[in-house]
Design a protein around this ligand. Structure first.
Ligand SMILES: [Zn+2]
Length: 227
């Protein structure tokens, strides 16, 4: 189930020098916290899911892409083989209207049905601003209500990427989700750490070397698995 194909991811990495910046998470931490966002989807077709293992890396628990594929062998993923729990997540690309930043909203895959029905109710959902409200105490299971603000305004995903000076839709895999090789994961299982190398979160910004056209950009969308 993990997201697999990688040519765009390789390009992400290749272009990390000099012009990368960090993508933050969108978070509503406490009960009744409210945010204002756009969901950067055209339709439910765009919703990507990932299977990850969360492991301690330095001071944090970080998600690592699961290498197991449906129909494959458990041996394909050293973390599955080692019995490390895995979980299915959606990494929702959002524009945080409060600070104008592109962010990922990390939710369990059970969120998919709510997202999908929202996309059904609001065609071209990126053109609609939502107020989103958390229900649930910090650190506990939480639900979210979406309230449309105003009318759809015709904004497109490309408009948002332009505003955020992003050449293409950032991919959660390789930015928020660590994309490790089986060898690196084997090493982790033995040593409780990954072999040392730079693990910054590269994201190509406007002006970096590869001039990606918009048509290429859109064709790269939607490679993740569906739940
Ligand atoms: Zn796995």
């Amino acid at each position: 189930m993990a997201r697999l194909t990688g040519d765009n991811i390789e390009q992400f990495r290749a272009s990390s020098g000099g012009s990368s910046h960090k993508i933050n998470y969108f978070n509503l931490k406490k009960d009744k916290d409210i945010g204002k966002i756009r969901l950067l989807y055209n339709s439910a077709e765009d919703i990507d899911g990932y299977v990850v293992h969360r492991v301690p890396v330095g001071d944090y628990e970080l998600p690592v892409n699961c290498l197991y594929e449906q129909g494959g062998s458990i041996e394909d993923c050293p973390f599955c083989k080692a019995g490390i729990k895995k979980q299915a997540r959606v990494y929702i690309p959002v524009l945080d209207e409060n600070d104008g930043e592109f962010k990922f909203w990390d939710r369990p895959n059970s969120f998919y049905s709510q997202l999908s029905s929202l996309c059904g109710r609001f065609p071209n959902i990126v053109s609609q601003v939502f107020e989103v409200e958390r229900h649930g105490e910090a650190g506990k299971k939480s639900d979210y209500s979406f309230y449309p603000i105003g009318q759809p305004d015709g904004t497109t995903v490309d408009d948002i990427l332009d505003d955020c000076e992003l050449d293409e839709m950032p991919c959660a895999l390789g930015t928020k989700i660590m994309d490790k090789t089986a060898d690196d994961m084997e090493y982790y299982v033995k040593h409780n750490e990954f072999p040392s190398k730079d693990d910054s979160e590269p994201v190509r910004r406007r002006g970096s070397e590869d001039d990606t056209s918009r048509s290429e950009r859109s064709s790269r969308r939607g490679r993740g698995d569906r739940f």
